[in-house]
Ligand binder design. Structure first.
Ligand SMILES: Nc1nc2c(ncn2[C@@H]2O[C@H](COP(=O)(O)OP(=O)(O)O)[C@@H](O)[C@H]2O)c(=O)[nH]1
Ligand SMILES: [Mg+2]
Length: 311
């Protein structure tokens, strides 16, 4: 199940593409620009086959879901003064990491900030330490490797683990928004696609906005009825220790598509994931991830797409 709906959607995508080719072909013939063989019937046959197969897959999925439906359980596990530890990623983030550490350290909800320095060549390590964070070094390069280490370090003494970037894009005041829902979930992830909450000079341009929404909807199709998702690249998230213990051994992605990888592992492990809107500020310092160029964002998006479809 789930995947049938996802595959059905892809059949619709292909049928739409073939229908466009059919219309272009008709247009070329009508304007006498096309003098080759006429493929109208073939286009129509392919279009209809994909369309009907797509409808068929979706109907089977809905039927299977209906037969195996279970009563939804409402969860309510409140915390009493939890020890909240923040794991913060950093890679050549001097000039900004100190402010990011301070922002979270000064938040009364936070017990400790741990910065994971991912082979920085600049003063990231010293600046994070000076700001009062515990700093550990991660030698495996990559956003995913850095996140995994941050989660692992924060897990050691935490009642709740927070993952965030040390680039000042996220604000510690948003922590209370995530914490409000952790009572009812195993993991709460932020979404940066609520434009009302994005600074005009933030990284969320049209490409990242719609790209993230598109990939998020693919995950939603795969886990239909289990969650509502509008972003896949938001690092800011809170997770319960026992939930992290379940999914930590499943993590494999060390590169830029770690965020949806973590969401997928949580959903595959039947964890409850809730998404809430968070604010997004201008990035301090230089972006090294998907925010740095459209081509990097596009390639990362393809990796995400592949993982959602085939794992
Ligand atoms: N892209 C990238 N980010 C890393 C790496 N190691 C740690 N990070 C941290 O992961 C976070 C995401 O990277 P960032 O440059 O902000 O990417 P962006 O959010 O797409 O602009 C930041 O806190 C980085 O410092 C790495 O090897 N590559
Ligand atoms: Mg960033």
């Amino acid at each position: 199940m789930g995947k049938l709906l996802l595959y059905g959607f892809h059949f619709f995508l292909i049928s739409g593409f073939v229908f466009c080719l059919f219309l272009i072909n008709l247009f070329l013939q009508a304007t006498n620009l096309f003098h080759g063989e006429q493929f109208n019937e073939i286009y129509l046959i392919v279009f209809l086959s994909f369309l009907i197969s797509g409808i068929f897959l979706c109907l089977i999925d809905f039927a299977l879901n209906f037969i195996s439906r279970k009563p939804r359980k409402l969860r309510f596990n409140p915390f009493n003064k939890p020890r909240i530890i923040v794991g913060m990623t950093a890679f050549n983030d001097e000039g900004v990491i100190g402010n990011a550490v301070n922002d979270f350290k000064l938040n009364s909800l936070v017990s400790e900030v741990i910065v994971v320095d991912n082979n920085s060549k600049d003063n990231t390590f010293e600046e994070a330490k000076q700001a009062g964070a515990k700093v550990v070094k991660e030698s495996v390069q990559g956003y995913g490797a850095c996140c995994m280490r941050a989660l692992k370090e924060a897990r050691k003494n935490a009642d709740l683990i927070v993952l965030v970037e040390g680039d000042m894009t996220f604000s510690s005041t948003d922590l209370k928004k995530l914490l409000a829902y952790i009572e009812n979930a195993d993991m709460v992830v932020g979404t940066r696609t609520t434009t009302e909450l994005c600074a005009p000079d933030s990284q969320m341009n049209w490409f990242l906005q719609y790209g993230n929404i598109f990939i998020a909807k693919l995950i939603q199709l795969r886990f239909w009825g289990k969650l509502r998702l509008t972003d896949v690249g938001c690092t800011f998230r809170v997770i319960r220790p026992e939930a992290l213990d379940k999914i930590m051994p499943l993590f494999k992605v060390t590169k830029n598509h770690f965020s949806p990888h973590m969401i997928l592992q949580a959903l595959k492990s039947d964890l409850k994931v809730i998404e809430v809107p968070v604010t997004l500020k201008k990035r301090g310092g230089e972006s090294k991830g998907v925010g740095s160029s459209i081509s990097k964002g596009f390639i990362t998006g393809l990796h995400m797409w592949k993982e959602i479809l085939f794992t």
